[in-house]
Design a protein around this ligand. Structure first.
Ligand SMILES: O=C(O)C1=C[C@@H](OP(=O)(O)O)[C@@H](O)[C@H](O)C1
Ligand SMILES: C=C(OP(=O)(O)O)C(=O)O
Length: 446
């Protein structure tokens, strides 16, 4: 990194004229991570089209390379991966730098837990504060051992177990990262690995593992509990993967188009997997006009184009049970609530406190600073909406190395009187490197 890249990059977003046009967002981050990891375990060449080329996914690519996978990007932007086979990852020479990425860290810990190697995981200041016991505990039950920093955090060193012991595990926290870590560990483990998921979370790992030829079944009980069973010592076949646009990135232009009066925007090729589509349901309940056209299936995932038209929104009190289906979209949903008519009450969001920042506290402070009346709860926020009146604005908003906080307050700036200044836009490169260019395409910035 150059010295300039290390300096915070503040930016001000000001009231926008009506947004219009058609855009695409970069590839899905969750699917991109998984496509690199599973391709690196298949024997032969996999091709990945539409991979998110953000810092988080590039951290996964670098780690897989460091453990023996051959990963190349061609001039057309297609990624070619020659894998090493399940169980074939090599001892990395240096520490694995996971940057800002929780998904890379937790999924790779799972993947390596059943390999005969030692790996050290390091990350940035944000990642080094995040809890890892949620994965190290079950992986230790499979035989891996860990030396962690205080509180079970990064930097940590893991010694994998080979053969590992298959695990039957009921998730104590609704987390796709924990689920995926155990399933990935199960790939190179003799016998049956089973994960019981009382509250469904994103199912990209299950879909993709099956797509690569793993013997994986999902049973859904009457109360919605999912039981995922994986037969270990799998052999994965190389695949051609097309990554859909990330619904978590589409969330920002979607909310911007609903809030900026007179807007109509098309966001093409957005992933619409129901385990990810909670924000669309919520915004529609608030009165948002979001039409899905060209619904189709691409590479085993539902995809569609969204036509979003500016709408007057009403306050909501969403059911906490839907939290996993929009877990990364709450920051921008809070901005939508700040412009809605009436009060919104968000509860059951404890998980937001352990993301790239404490997203409840960071959003509460940022909203207050731009003139929104907000009450912080232990597990959520109460937000008094402006009824469509522009927010006061201000800043600089402290983003705390959190890309979704930065993009959410950028959207708030588009519907503010005085503009909103973000203290540092650099973290946006982790998931959505083309964010400001996309806002420009829509006419949001001069
Ligand atoms: O599995 C994944 O790709 C992800 C799962 C979610 O995390 P949790 O599993 O911690 O809820 C989400 O917040 C993260 O951005 C990506
Ligand atoms: C929480 C997120 O990602 P991760 O856990 O991979 O850092 C996110 O992208 O909002």
């Amino acid at each position: 990194m150059t010295a300039a890249a290390e300096l915070p990059r503040p930016m001000t977003f000001t009231a926008a004229p009506a947004l219009s046009g058609s855009v695409t967002v970069p590839g899905d981050k969750s699917i991109s991570h998984r496509s690199l990891m599973l391709s690196a375990l298949a024997v032969g060449e996999s091709r990945v089209e539409g991979l998110l080329e953000g810092e988080d996914v590039l951290a996964t690519a670098a780690a897989m390379r460091a453990m023996g996978a051959d990963i190349q990007r061609d001039a057309d932007g297609i990624w070619h991966i020659h894998g090493v086979g399940v169980g074939g990852l090599l001892q990395p020479e240096g520490a694995l730098d996971m940057g800002n990425s929780g998904t890379s860290t937790r999924l790779l810990m799972g993947l390596l837990a059943s390999h005969d190697l030692t790996a050290t995981f390091i990350g940035d200041a944000s990642l080094s504060k995040r809890p890892m016991a949620r994965v190290t505990d079950p992986l230790a039950q499979m035989g891996a051992s860990f030396t962690t920093s205080p509180g079970g955090r990064l930097p940590l060193t893991m010694r994998g177990a080979c053969p590992a012991v298959p695990l039957d595990y009921r998730l104590p926290v609704a987390s796709a990262q924990v689920k995926s870590a155990i399933l990935l560990a199960g790939l190179n483990t003799p016998g049956i690995t089973r994960v019981v998921e009382p509250i469904p979370t994103r199912d990209h790992s299950e879909r993709m593992l099956r797509g690569f030829g793993a013997d994986l079944t999902v049973e859904v009980e009457a109360d919605g509990t999912r039981i995922i069973t994986l037969v270990g010592e799998a052999e994965l076949q190389p695949q051609q993967i097309i990554v859909p646009g990330d619904p978590s990135s589409a969330a920002f232009p979607m909310v911007a188009a609903l809030l900026v009066p007179g807007s109509q925007v098309t966001i093409a090729n957005v992933g619409l997997n129901t385990t990810r589509a909670g924000l669309i349901d919520l915004l529609r309940e608030m009165g948002g006009s979001i039409e899905v056209i060209n619904a189709r299936e691409v590479g085993g995932e539902p995809v569609g184009d969204l036509i979003v038209t500016a709408s007057a929104l009403q306050g909501v009190e969403p059911d906490p049970a839907r939290a996993p289906s929009m877990i990364d979209e709450y920051p921008v949903a809070f901005i939508a609530a700040a412009l809605a008519q009436g009060r919104s009450i968000f509860r059951g969001l404890d998980e937001l406190r352990v993301k790239e920042s404490d997203r409840i506290a960071t959003m509460a402070a940022g909203l207050r600073a731009i003139g929104v009346a907000v009450e912080e709860l232990e597990d959520g926020l109460i937000i008094e909406g402006s009824g469509g009146a522009p927010l006061k604005g201000g800043g600089p908003t402290a983003t705390k190395l959190d890309h979704r906080i930065a993009m959410s307050f950028a959207v708030a700036g588009l519907v503010s009187r005085d503009g909103v200044t973000i203290d540092d836009m650099r973290p946006v490169a982790t998931s959505f490197p083309t964010f400001t260019a996309l806002l420009q395409t829509l006419g949001a910035m001069a």
